[in-house]
Design a protein around this ligand. Structure first.
Ligand code: PEP
Ligand code: MN
Length: 341
């Protein structure tokens, strides 16, 4: 980090910063310019830096403290410039030239519903099946998922179609029974800042699909990924699912730029969820195509065999036909940006 002093800071103030740095185990390199003096802090442990930076900012005549390294290390692009794709199953991976499309209902509702959805998304070219068995609902009176029964249906769908299965984990207590049987653990937008949960899923040897919180900056999202990574698990898939802005026409605002930024900053694959970003089935295809055009490594799309009967997120769910049509258009855009689907 670099400590920038205010204009005209007296030598004693510079000396005080140097002494604070030395006391904390850093070396200090003082550079006196015509207008201002800057002090480079050299060495010491990364984890101490943020708090020391804050403390230094309180010293007299210190203007600001500028960090040099990013606040996320393990997931940063420098840490791994050419990461291999993340395997979801024997034939599915996220992060290569081939786009990964994970599709299925918002929630697992019945055995028939999930089997029908699985067959349809497989036939249309999805590489993995999604479906919530524990659902974070805004209202306590809404359907909160089938739990263990739903997981058994997902497993049956995997056995029949060969599609790996992805589902949300809402709390630490659920990790044990879900992690063992799922192929991908989803952390929902509402749990992106549940740091205990992030650490715990980082200790599980399964890919983690980490949604961006709808009120979180990209940097906060990447720090959340760093939490998962500190548990030893670097198989993290970032998912941009729309953020809350002043605009209310759609359910959320898809931050297409976040795909570019997250891919520039990290070595993690980034996928886009046009379903939760839009809230309307008709808006799903344009947002999905925009995500692919912007460089996303894949999509997460809600598909329901009968959206009109869905217990959760029906208005944004594509029908099997709608999903098949979308996949045809995704292939065209993928090809235009040098990828396959
Ligand atoms: C979901 O994928 O069904 C879901 C609840 O998404 P989010 O956490 O992005 O709202
Ligand atoms: Mn949903």
């Amino acid at each position: 980090m670099i400590i920038v002093m205010r204009r005209g800071a007296p030598d004693a103030a510079v000396q005080q910063v140097v002494e604070r740095l030395e006391a904390a185990g850093y070396g200090a390199h003082v550079s006196r310019g015509v207008e201002t003096t800057i002090i480079g802090a050299i060495g010491a442990k990364d984890e101490d830096k943020p708090v020391l930076a804050q403390q230094l900012e309180t010293l007299p005549h210190v203007d600001r403290v500028v960090p040099i390294l990013r606040p996320y290390k393990l997931v940063s692009r420098e840490a791994n410039p050419e990461p291999p794709p993340i395997a979801l199953g024997p034939e599915a991976a996220v992060g290569g030239t081939k786009l990964a499309v994970i599709a299925g209902p918002c929630a697992v509702e019945t055995r028939e519903q999930v089997l029908e959805a699985a067959r349809a998304v497989k036939a249309a070219g999805a590489c993995a099946l999604r479906g919530g068995v524990v659902k974070p609902r805004t209202s306590p009176y809404e359907f909160t998922g089938l739990g263990h029964e739903g997981l058994a249906y997902l497993e049956e769908a995997r056995a029949e179609t060969g599609l790996p299965i992805c589902s949300e984990v809402m709390n630490i207590g659920q990790i044990e029974w879900l992690a063992e049987r799922l192929d991908v653990l989803q952390i929902g937008a509402r749990n992106m800042t549940n740091f205990d949960l992030l650490r715990e899923v980082g200790r599980v040897g399964k890919p983690v699909l980490l949604k961006r919180g709808f009120a979180s900056t990209i940097e906060e999202w990447l720090k959340a990924a760093e939490y998962v990574a500190t548990g030893g698990n670097l198989r993290i898939i970032l998912c941009e699912r729309g953020i809350r802005t002043f605009e209310t026409a759609l359910r959320n605002t898809l931050d297409v730029g976040a795909v570019f930024v997250a891919k520039r900053e990290t070595h993690l694959p980034v996928i886009v969820d046009p379903s939760h970003a839009s809230g309307h089935a008709a808006a799903v295809p344009p947002l999905a195509l925009a995500g692919v055009a912007a460089g996303a490594d894949g999509l997460l799309v809600e598909v329901h065999p009968h959206p009109g009967e869905a217990r959760c997120d029906g208005p944004q769910s594509l029908t099997p036909e709608g999903f098949r049509d979308l996949m045809a258009r995704v292939r065209a855009v993928a090809e235009a940006v040098g990828r396959t689907a």
